[in-house]
Design a protein around this ligand. Sequence first.
Ligand code: HEM
Length: 83
Amino acid sequence: MQTCEAATQLRKTGRVNVGANTSVPHLASVHFKAGVADVHFEVLKFALLETIKEAVPYMWSEELKEAWSESYDHLVAAIKSEM
Ligand code: HEM
């Protein structure tokens, strides 16, 4: 749901307004306290890509995979640097 809302905002305004519960410092704090480690982010990345592939097989391409992969890596890098 959040992904859809963010995509709609981005298309309409060219920006995404991130709520307090999804700010990077908050996400870093929550995941640090939960003991989330590097390996967990790797597993989630695999699961995310497989889920998108299964959900929209007709849209799946190497380009889409790379786009999601790059976005995920940027987000995780930001979260980890705050952790
Ligand atoms: C880019 C990667 C990730 C994003 C965007 C993300 C996003 C979120 C969000 C929005 C919450 C709710 C925060 C809140 O309650 O205020 C959350 C909680 C949580 N996430 Fe993630 N997450 C990510 C990666 C992971 C990974 C890799 C794991 C471990 C396998 C994980 C485990 C958890 C757990 C255990 C909670 C609940 C913490 C608690 O309520 O005490 N997350 N995550």
